[in-house]
Structure formats: C-alpha cells, structure tokens
Design a protein around this ligand. Structure first.
Ligand code: PBG
Length: 339
C-alpha cells in the first residue's frame, strides 16, 4: 500500500466531515463553546445629577433615564447596589444661572457633581464613582473649553480641566474621565492629581471620541448644546480610523490608565483595532443616541428590546471592550438576574 493510499493520510477537513451545526444543537452545547459573555461587572452606568431638590426628572429622548437631584440619589444607589452594578459615571447638570464663560461651577468644591460624589459615597461606599471631566455642561456658550470668538482654545483650557478633576477627587471620586478632547489634557490632569496628593487615582480617558450625531439625546439631558458652531475642531472626524490609534497612543504616553472609544456600535472597528494594538483596559461608550434608537424601536414593537440589548452589549464586548458604559446597565442586570 503506497503512502498516499493510507487511511491515515491527512486530508483537509470539510463538509460532510465538518458540520459546524453539531455544536449548536442545544442551549447547553452553545453555552459550552460561547466565546463572549457580558457580565454585570463589566458595566458602568451613566447618571445625570442636577441642582435643586426632590428632582427625578424624565429625559424625554431617553426613556427610563432621569436627572437626579443629590437628595434623591440614595434611591437610585439602592438599586445600583442591589443589582451589583460596579460603577457609575456622573454628569453634572448645573442650574443654568451658574453657567458662565469659563464654566467655573465645574471646579466649585460644592458643585453638583462634588456633592453627588459625597452623597453616593455615604450611601454606597463600595460603588466606584467616576466623574466626567469637561466644561460643556458649565459654560454659558456650551463649549468644552474657553472660547475666543468662535474658537475653542486648547492650552488655557487644560488648567481648568485639571482644577475640575482635582475638585472631583477631593470630594471622593475614585476615577476621572476627561471627555473634552483637548490635546494634552491627560498629562495636565495627571500632573495636577499627583501634585494634589492623588497619585493613586486612575484616569479613564475618552481617547478616541468622535464628533458624533449620536450624542443628541445626551445634550438635551445635560443641557450642553453649543450655542454656536459644533465640536468638530476637537472631536474626531468619523471618517478616520488610523488617527484614533494616534489619539489613544498619546493618551497612553500621557498616563491614561484606561482608554475608551466613543460611540460604540458605529465604531466597533476602532474598538477592535484598539484592542489589538494596546494592552490597557479598554472601554467603549454605548452613547445616548444608540440607547434612544433601541428604546424607540422597542416602544413601537419593532424589535425585542431585551434580545437586542443582549446582542448590542455582546457585540461591543466581542469587538474587544473590557468595560462598557451603557444606559442599558440597570435593565441588563435585571434581565440577567431573571435568566
Ligand atoms: C461631554 C460629553 C458628551 C457625552 C459624554 N460626555 C457630549 C458631547 O461631547 O457633546 C455624550 C454621551 C452620550 O451621548 O451618551 N461632556
């Protein structure tokens, strides 16, 4: 018998020897070979905190999301703790009368975010409190930094962002998340935190943040629509992928502890590229517009909300994200507890 006639000769395996359906026959087998699973521990829940009292105000474009006054936060935190959600990301919605050209309410030690951090730490000390660092919710013009004419100024803004970050950490924040997209802000914030004695406080950098129309509902929620112009002079052009890697690389060099891509679903290619290039923990922000689209379609009975949310979060994780910032976090945790 010649070698080529041997029954042990290696043949490229294909159908009918190979049948990929063998491992899909039932739920137990599918679960055994599943590559990606989203856990509640991966999720960060964004929370809007507002000046005033006894407020739990609907956000029209984001059903089931609210603006909370500080005194009502214990109610929310009881649910967060009960559901096992490990972290919240705070956004300040200050009283409009406090807004000015420089956004000085942002670094007021008794500002809305600072008070919210203290309130959360009192009732839920185990929950990680991350704060958004950006001036757009605090400036009268709605831009992310100081402006001169129609221009958003980079370098003079850095000092203000650093002040805001230090003030948040002084109030007890566990991590700060700069979302402003000024060049050099991670380095400026790192230096300021170190000088203030907070060398151990990590920075979650919105590294590749695109100038996206998916932020629309958020800007209604946070009252941060720019009065003139847009954010395209500092946020990234949605057409660019290689540039995102440069943005991330700079943040890493400046001392970012966690990097992030935002939005998530329309930018999963960027998430995947970032995952293969960098070894830092990687976050993805499933933003307001992504949430609102799911809610609107579900409200019309056009999609199965629960299944779509599981699929969305799984896809973000499969693309390479370790952490997912999502408004679906509480629903997801409830659904997971039911299965
Ligand atoms: C800026 C900020 C924005 C979001 C997070 N931080 C809005 C913007 O850049 O205009 C958007 C988040 C979302 O859409 O869910 N502070």
């Amino acid at each position: 018998m010649s070698l080529t006639d041997s029954p042990f000769r290696l043949m490229p395996a294909s159908f009918p020897t190979v049948r990929l359906r063998r491992l899909r026959q039932n739920a137990a087998l599918r679960s055994l070979v599943r590559e990606t699973e989203v856990a509640v521990q991966d999720l960060i829940y964004p929370v809007f905190v507002t000046d005033g009292q006894q407020i739990k105000q609907d956000i029209t474009a984001m059903p089931n999301q609210y603006r909370w006054s500080v005194d009502r936060l214990p109610e929310l935190m009881a649910d967060i703790t009960h559901l096992g959600i490990p972290a919240v990301l705070l956004f300040g919605v200050p009283d409009p009368s406090l807004k000015n050209e420089t956004g000085s309410a942002a670094w007021d030690d008794h500002g809305v975010v600072q008070e919210a951090v203290r309130a959360i730490k009192r009732v839920a000390p185990g929950v990680i409190v991350i704060t958004d660092v950006c001036l757009c919710e605090y400036t009268s013009h709605g831009h992310c930094g100081l402006v001169e004419g129609e221009r958003v100024l980079n370098d003079p803004t850095l000092e203000l962002l650093a002040r805001q970050a230090v003030s948040h950490v002084r109030a007890g924040a566990d991590m700060v998340a700069p979302s402003d997209m000024m060049d050099g802000r991670v380095a400026a914030i790192r230096r300021a935190l170190d000088q203030a004695g907070f060398a151990d406080t990590p920075i979650l950098a919105y590294s590749a943040k695109y100038a996206s129309s998916f932020y629309g509902p958020f800007r209604e929620a946070a009252g941060s629509v720019p009065k003139f112009g847009d954010r395209r002079s500092h946020q990234m052009d949605p057409a660019n992928a290689r540039e995102a890697l440069r943005e991330i690389e700079l943040d890493v060099l400046e001392g970012a502890d966690v990097i992030m891509v935002k939005p998530a679903l329309p930018y999963l290619d960027i998430v995947a590229k970032a995952r293969s290039r960098f070894d830092l923990p990687l976050g993805a922000y499933n933003v307001s517009g992504e949430y609102s689209m799911v809610k609107a379609a579900a409200a019309n009975g056009w999609i199965d909300e629960r299944r779509v949310v599981f699929e969305v979060l799984t896809a973000i994780k499969r693309a390479g994200a370790d952490l997912i910032i999502t408004y679906h976090a509480m629903d997801f945790a409830r659904w997971l507890a039911q299965t």
